[in-house]
Design a protein around this ligand. Sequence first.
Ligand code: T4K
Length: 384
Amino acid sequence: MNSEPAKPLQPYVADKKILVTQPFLPPLEEAQEFLQDIWDSKWLTNQGRYHQALEKELASFLGVPYVALFANGTLALFTALQAMRVTGEVITTPFSFVATTHALWWNNIRPVFVDIEPEHCNLDPEKVESAITPKTTGILPVHVYGHPCQVERLQEIADIYGLHLIYDAAHAFGVKYKDQSVLNYGDLSILSFHATKVFNTFEGGAIICHDAKTKKRIDYLKNFGFVGETTVIAPGINAKMNEFQAGIGLLQLKYFDQVVEQRKAITKRYQELLSDIEGISFIHQDPDVTYNHAYFPIFIDQEKCGRCRDDIYEKLKAHNYFGRRYFYPLISTFNAYKSLPSAEPENLPVATRKANQVICLPIYPGLEMEHVENIAALIREFKQ
Ligand code: T4K
């Protein structure tokens, strides 16, 4: 890492609100062409031509066998669990966006929270085995912030115990592990293309699967369970991506590499400017991972830093910088889940600590470096 010293910058209040993220949008005129085509064809949804094209393009771009598009990532998660017929109990992480656990709840599956490991904030494989019971049918880990889970170890456990392994890969679009898509691990992976994601279709999502049979089943389930005009094979749902979303997705793909490059430059600058501040740490980056730089979380150790996370969070806000405390509070503390035995904070010490320490700093294409430098200067000044 470049150890360039921080500029002796006098921190200032930004002249506009800088949010944790802003969606990337392709030039508006580029959308005209496909919008005209949609208007002319009057084909708006239900596996239209843009939908079909995006599924193909994404499979090739990501290096995965099959992509089934969805209206959003949450519906993709719900449907993935249905497609695998997951029941009973599923082991999952409390350190994620609520949608991960909600998907279990809506499928009448009992979430069993297992702690995370401190290095990447992902489900700790070493704690998974002791949470397995006769009712366990699956594991639902999350590649938090786009940092891959310990995929080989998790697969080993899933294989030994005969469990489904479904990844919530909402943050992991384009992420590679050992030169191949991280989405190729597990039985299924779920993506989100929400406005706040590295690759967005306004709202949107996908399931990545590995065989044609599963893809077919997923396609039936996302279209009410219809097979043909008159047969319904299961109580499916309406989770289809529409033609507008798919058209946007095709445009976005052209810009993805540029978007990641800009994010990478911001990550690098934050690292240069913050790495020598005692009590502030980042997530470790592995040499065998290609990152998408979806988030830039920092963790504030109050004992070493002299300031608590919320002091820094509020100070940044007072200067017009709106970071977010993803993922605080832990999912296990919400009313719907807090009475579960696995939700006890003593069961989740690492997740509890990380949730109390984290701030995700602003990162998005177009964010001016002067703001990155100002944010770092504010943190440095406040810490002293
Ligand atoms: N699994 C995981 C691990 C996830 O993180 C998510 C979603 C899902 C599953 C479910 O996928 P989807 O069903 O959403 O496809 C946001 C997103 O709404 C949510 O998609 C995302 N995770 C989560 C981590 O972040 P909020 O409640 O923080 O959103 P909001 O509206 O406060 O926006 C965050 C920031 O983005 C704001 O500072 C404003 C900015 N923003 C937002 C929108 C919507 C914009 O600049 N433009 C926009 O259009 O949840």
